[in-house]
Design a protein around this ligand. Structure first.
Ligand SMILES: Nc1ncnc2c1ncn2[C@@H]1O[C@H](COP(=O)(O)OP(=O)(O)OP(=O)(O)O)[C@@H](O)[C@H]1O
Length: 366
């Protein structure tokens, strides 16, 4: 675990065009805490969504792709000026008629190159899904972390997806069963590095998560955190695929492999995720988000930017204070939203930069 807080990556300026209610917003951010308040529907979450887009290429609101562009605009754009340990960079992402376009310092780049530049993690009202929802969210969470540590991850992941797609297509139109064997072999080969990278990352992450869970939810007792690779990785995946061929043929898709990977968390006092209250699921999710930020800081030498959206929803004041204290100990730039400034900030974050948001307009207050 890290001993001294390294500096944080800083979003110094943000310019947003046609993102939801934000027709055009342009403002400078402070290096430490930035607190955005304003009425419901003002555009506060959309500001965080803009920052998150620069780091993930998608929104944290599920199935939001279509809803992002402001009604009648046909596309959106987000530009940021990011300060790193090694300098500054202008980053941008736009949805245009030709699809998603990414830019770094004025040049068109592959989306992955943009995402590698900016690291933004977000804790928001839907974050409980990370604990209680479908496995896709947990895989995406895991893969974001692996992507930043392992430069080969993207090509490994793409190769696996390509072979999986081909095997699935074959399962649906198979005439001769012997045609599957080479694909089982290919899939098993492609699965190996993917599963190994995920497991290695998860193993490194676990101590960070455990520490935070004990700090935030001591009332639930000792946590159990497990990685599930999506197949029995003590046996050969090729063999498993062959053994399950008839089942896979009946279903028309591959039932085992890293595309089914998942992870789980339980506690002495709540063995299963559905034994947790909504607030506890949120705090659990927060532990995973902040653990990922801490690990990123330890591995990359600088903190990612942390977004906290509508913190007060479903988290009581005492837990909010625990959570805020753990973020305040980091060197991260923080973007926090709420209809009001949370009272829990008092004594923990002495003098944040304050912004008022109303009808898509952002104004710096202090
Ligand atoms: N594609 C769109 N085009 C235009 N307006 C949109 C679009 N999508 C969402 N909106 C509007 O944007 C606003 C949503 O903003 P946002 O969720 O950022 O608000 P907020 O300030 O976080 O609100 P709350 O406090 O309720 O969470 C709503 O008024 C919504 O109607």
């Amino acid at each position: 675990m890290q001993k001294r807080a390294p500096p944080g990556m800083n979003l110094r300026e943000l310019r947003i065009e046609n993102l939801r209610v934000l027709a055009r917003a342009e403002f400078a951010l402070a290096p430490g805490w930035n607190v955005f308040t304003g009425p419901n529907g003002a555009g506060k979450t959309s500001l965080l969504e803009a920052a998150y887009l620069l780091s993930h290429g998608r929104s944290f609101r599920t199935a939001a792709r279509e809803a992002l562009a402001r009604d009648g605009s046909g596309g959106y754009a987000v530009f940021g000026e990011v300060e790193f340990a090694g300098g500054r960079s202008r980053v941008g992402l736009a949805r245009t008629a030709r699809g998603l376009v990414a830019k770094v310092d004025g040049a068109d780049v592959a989306i992955a190159d943009l995402l590698r530049r900016t690291a933004v993690l977000c804790f928001e009202p839907g974050s409980h899904e990370l604990i209680a929802g479908a496995s896709d969210e947990r895989r995406r969470y895991l893969d974001w972390g692996v992507f930043h540590v392992e430069h080969a991850f993207l090509s490994v992941w793409r190769r696996y997806q390509r072979v999986l797609k081909q095997r699935n297509a074959l399962l649906r139109r198979l005439v001769d069963r012997s045609e599957l064997a080479p694909w089982d072999h290919e899939l098993a080969r492609a699965a190996e590095p993917l599963a190994a990278m995920r497991r290695a990352y998860f193993d490194t992450l676990v101590p960070y998560v455990r520490g935070l869970l004990v700090e935030l939810l001591p009332e639930l007792g000792e946590p159990t955190i497990e990685f599930e690779p999506g197949f029995d990785d003590s046996a050969s995946l090729e063999r498993t695929l062959a053994d399950r061929m008839e089942r896979d043929l009946a279903r028309g898709h591959t039932s085992r492999g890293p595309h089914r990977a998942d992870w789980s968390v339980g506690f002495e006092a709540a063995r299963r995720r559905d034994h947790l209250s909504r607030g506890q699921q949120k705090l659990g999710a927060f532990a995973f988000v902040l653990a990922q930020a801490r690990l990123f800081a330890a591995q990359e030498g600088e903190w990612p930017i942390i977004c906290l959206d509508d913190l007060a929803s479903e988290v009581d004041v005492e837990h909010q204070r625990r959570l805020l204290r753990s973020v305040a100990r980091s060197g991260a730039q923080v973007l926090l939203t709420g209809t009001e400034e949370p009272s829990a900030l008092e004594g923990i974050v002495p003098d944040p930069a304050r912004f008022h948001v109303e009808q898509g307009r952002v104004e710096r207050l202090s």
